[in-house]
Design a protein. Structure first.
Length: 91
């Protein structure tokens, strides 16, 4: 099974999709995780939600970029490993 198709949207601490066929992606809400007492947790939670929401677009761009660089370049090897980790398969 593939990940929930994008676009994903950060809404405060939440990452959501605007499609009733799919559940929302996740929450980074520190109070749900019992970590709201940690200094800066609110700001980090919002930034984490933004980063997670951008993941489908970043994966698409990374897949395109690896085709433009030498196969044995360290950055290409690292990018392919990240794609594999994100998708569970070879790029």
């Amino acid at each position: 099974m593939k990940h929930t198709p994008g676009p994903w949207y950060p809404v405060g601490y939440w990452v959501e999709v605007e499609n009733d066929r799919y559940s929302d992606i996740c929450t980074c809400d520190p109070s749900v995780l019992g970590q709201d007492h940690i200094e800066g947790a609110d700001e980090r939670a919002t930034m984490n939600a933004r980063l997670i929401a951008a993941a489908p677009d970043m994966l698409t761009v990374l897949k395109a970029l690896v085709t433009l660089f030498p196969k044995n370049a360290p950055e290409t090897i690292k990018a392919k490993a990240i794609i594999k980790a994100a998708t569970g398969k070879r790029p």
